[in-house]
Design a protein around this ligand. Structure first.
Ligand SMILES: Nc1ncnc2c1ncn2[C@@H]1O[C@H](COP(=O)(O)OP(=O)(O)OP(=O)(O)O)[C@@H](O)[C@H]1O
Length: 819
């Protein structure tokens, strides 16, 4: 029996090998054609119309791209096949396949037999034979959709779906699904064979590396609906851990590019919560043939020239993420003009008379200028004009003319005279300096400056050490509504002391959203006075000499260069499509930042409220609604957990039930028979973690993730030193979106911040802290959601290590996770 089974399998593999050989032969033919064309092109240099030459070049280019992609030896260039009944009509699409989804009437005879009318092979790119019959259909083409969508309940024309596993040019195996088991179908007079035992399970069981793989050969029907959803408006996708949200989002990017390359090339932004998740997913799009077409960026790298490397304490993160910060920064952008040494008088000579504006008059002018709504840097010309007005007024010259024409002429002369004075220009530079986002952010490290911007009465003597007084011109006066508590001001100012006065220094992910806000509030620096078409002196030299090394001293100054780069880099804000992963964790300020990049975009937003680490998501929901605007929404839900075996999912569901009572968990599709292991620390925590990590390394071939409370990150790295690169230590918030073959969750109570009293009493934990509390969706439940994330990272094995705080029972089961 086994031998017979093997021979069916071998025969089917041989058949697919035969087809794959044909595909490669055809590709080689195309490559030869391209090479011939290239050779011919060089011989006949300029012969042919420009259009024909361009077309030929394009063909050569396309063949080259195919060749390159093939040479990279995709593990499974060709991965699928469907055998189809005749369609309801005989129309063919552009890929050469019949377009009909439903079978023709009578396709299945009354005796249950049928003939296969069409066999399609599905792969990473489409290949047509010389006579235009499709040898391989691109997985994103409409004709490939039934490969993913057909189910036994709604099989359409599909009788058999086959997943083909190959490496390079060799077919290794085939796995079949019969979608119409009741039909006896014949192909070329022979009954359709069925072999294999489930491609999906084989894919899910494989050991993980540190990079996510594409799921192109096993996309499931509910996922395919999301991937191929029309790009109109906003596509919102919710689903529990492991339901493929990240995978689906990336495949959707590849699909949209295939659908409308002209619209989307270079214009798709994928926003990921952490750089770890970016590097984990970075290979997926290239493996789908979309290299460099999509910008995959971490939230902390969305602003050009900024890269978040520092962490904020959670209570600081919460303030920095709050929408109140928009208002604080608005005020700060304006008061930043007062930071540092600001001249308090202006003296000029006009019409041979000295004219002077004193501190009070200058303050008055500044107030008038700031009465406008334009970004501060763009107000510089207005500041210049208002200063000239004030000087003119002060000089009394206007009163000498009754004839308005003469007065206007005199005023023009007056303005020219003053503007030509170096002193006036120097004054303007100091009085209305060009502000950069980094400098303004750094100015808020001065507690008094931040307090003023936040409307908090300033206390004496609480300025940034080593900085000129924080009292400023306005003394302790504050303007407007109170936006922060005093403790918040102290904590945020303190966190910004990582930055130097010039704003250089490590930024946190939350600082980056603030920089983006300031970028908009400050605006680009004003245009230089010379007309834009006029070249700069350096450009003139360059044009004359052809040497671009010639630079001005200012160009060579690294600080000036950096600041210019920061100011001049035009941030891309016109993405055609924005994909947001782990959307439940964006703060309001981050939504504002991401929203700016998709003002005219269509969106795909994926997330899971049950994994949110914020206690109160109401403000973030409002900011999300603002970012997405009035566009219509289309909602999808993913319901199957492909990551965790049922044994692990079952334990994680206990944390979910505490965190989000009543929320339905996703269904786990596989079971390994391996129950989670519980153990309690005896002796030293570090030694216990190291022992358990070693044990896990011995049990799995792939990766091991050790998840600890955020404050233990550094020590956990030390505990694991020397165990090799299969094992990594992660703070619970860093574990978002990642997965490991085995995970070790260290002290659930510490991660959840539930302390000794079980789920009800908060002792900090890794939720982004805030007001609220048990029963109000406060930090205790947010902490449990963070624990839920930690418990859902394993693909094979999970160990829970309890400390004292966890109150483990005799079996090592922590109080929090007991039945
Ligand atoms: N159709 C599929 N075929 C094979 N593997 C799949 C499929 N769908 C998802 N997976 C795998 O399941 C795992 C989880 O997918 P993914 O990380 O995209 O889930 P997620 O919903 O983003 O999870 P989380 O919310 O926990 O971040 C990944 O290893 C992914 O490759």
């Amino acid at each position: 029996m086994a031998a017979q089974h093997d021979s069916v399998r071998d025969r089917e593999i041989r058949e697919e090998q035969h087809h794959l050989d044909g595909v490669y032969r055809r590709l080689e033919e195309k490559i030869h054609e391209a090479e011939f064309l290239m050779d011919d092109a060089s011989k006949r240099a300029q012969v042919g119309t420009p259009g024909a030459l361009a077309e030929r070049d394009a063909q050569v280019f396309r063949a080259g791209v195919h060749l390159n992609r093939l040479n990279r030896e995709f593990e499974d260039f060709l991965f699928g096949r469907i055998d189809l009944l005749p369609g309801a009509d005989a129309e063919r699409g552009p890929d050469g396949a019949y377009t009909s989804v439903e079978p023709a009437e009578g396709a299945v005879r009354p005796d249950g037999t049928a003939d296969i009318a069409e066999t399609l092979h599905v792969g990473r790119m489409g290949v047509l034979d010389a006579d235009y019959t499709p040898l391989v259909i691109d997985w994103r083409a409409p004709a490939a959709a039934p490969f993913y969508r057909a189910t036994p309940v709604a099989p359409g024309r599909v009788v058999r779906r086959r997943v083909i596993r190959s490496k390079g040019r060799k077919v290794l195996g085939v796995e079949d699904d019969l979608l119409r088991p009741e039909v006896t179908a014949r192909l070329g007079g022979e009954e359709l064979a069925v072999t294999g035992d489930g491609a999906l399970m084989a894919a899910l069981g494989r050991a993980r590396g540190h990079a996510m793989r594409d799921i192109v050969s096993s996309i499931q029907a509910e996922q395919d609906l999301v991937i191929r959803a029309p790009a109109a408006s906003v596509t919102e996708v919710e689903g529990g851990p492991g339901t493929g949200k990240t995978a689906v989002a990336l495949h959707r990017a590849a699909y949209l590019l295939y659908q409308d390359r002209r619209r989307y090339a270079g214009g798709i932004l994928v926003v990921s919560p952490t750089p770890l998740l970016v590097s984990y997913t970075e290979g997926v799009l290239p493996s789908l043939g979309e290299e460099g077409q999509v910008a995959v960026r971490a939230l902390g790298s969305l602003v050009e020239g900024a890269e978040a490397t520092a962490y904020d304490e959670q209570h600081v993160a919460r303030v920095k993420g709050s929408p109140r910060m928009a208002k604080v920064l608005q005020r700060a952008a304006r008061t930043a003009l007062d930071a540092g040494e600001v001249p308090d008088s202006l003296r000029v000579v006009a019409f041979r008379n000295r004219v002077e504006l004193d501190a009070a008059e200058l303050r008055q002018v500044r107030r008038q200028v700031l009465g406008g709504t334009a970004p501060v840097n763009l107000m510089r010309p207005r500041a210049r004009r208002f200063l000239l007005d004030a000087l003119w007024e002060k000089s009394g010259a206007g009163r000498r003319y009754t004839d308005p024409e003469l007065a206007a002429e005199a005023r023009e002369g007056f303005d020219d005279d003053i503007s030509a004075e170096d002193e006036f220009t120097a004054f303007l530079d100091a009085w209305w300096p060009e502000l950069t986002p980094r400098r303004v952010l750094a100015s808020l490290a001065d507690e008094a400056a931040l307090a003023r911007a936040a409307g908090v009465p300033v206390r004496q003597g609480r300025t940034r050490p080593g900085r000129p007084g924080g009292q400023g011109r306005d003394g302790a006066r504050t303007r407007g509504r109170r936006l922060m508590e005093r403790g918040e001001v102290t904590a945020v100012a303190e966190s910004l002391r990582r930055l130097g006065d010039d704003g250089e220094g490590p930024l946190s992910v939350h600082d980056v959203a603030l920089l983006d806000e300031l970028r908009v509030l400050l605006g680009p620096p004003p245009r230089p006075t010379r007309r834009e078409s006029e070249p700069s002196p350096a450009e003139v030299l360059e044009q004359l000499t052809g040497l671009d090394e010639l630079t001005t001293a200012a160009d060579r100054d690294p600080t000036a260069r950096r600041e210019r780069a920061e100011r001049h880099t035009e941030e891309r804000t016109d993405y055609a499509h924005v994909i947001v992963d782990e959307a439940q964790d964006l703060t309001p300020m981050q939504w504002r930042m991401v929203g700016r990049r998709g003002r005219h975009a269509t969106w795909t937003v994926v997330g899971d409220p049950a994994q949110s680490s914020w206690p109160d998501t109401r403000e973030a929901d409002e900011a999300r609604a603002d970012a997405l605007g009035a566009r219509s929404r289309r909602r999808f839900e993913l319901t199957v957990n492909y990551r965790n075996p049922a044994e692990i999912a079952e334990l994680a569901d206990r944390a979910l039930a505490l965190a989000m009572p009543g929320m339905a968990p996703p269904k786990a599709v596989r079971s390994t028979g391996l129950r989670p292991r519980f153990t309690a620390v005896e002796g030293e925590l570090g030694a216990a973690v190291r022992d358990e990590a070693q044990r896990a390394l011995a049990e799995v071939d792939g990766t091991v993730g050790v998840v600890v409370a955020m404050h233990r990150r550094e020590e956990a790295r030390r505990w694991l030193a020397g165990l090799g690169d299969r094992v990594v230590a992660l703070g619970s918030l860093e574990a978002k979106g990642l997965e490991y073959d085995a995970t070790l969750v260290v002290s659930p109570a510490e991660i959840a911040g539930t302390g000794r009293g079980g789920a009800g009493s908060s002792t900090g934990g890794d939720a982004e802290e805030g007001p609220g509390g048990p029963g109000t969706g406060g930090p205790a439940t947010a902490g449990l959601r963070v624990l839920y994330v930690a418990l859902t990272r394993a693909t094979q094995r999970l160990t829970v290590l309890s400390g004292e705080l966890d109150l483990p029972d005799a079996d090592g089961v922590p109080e929090l996770l007991r039945d």
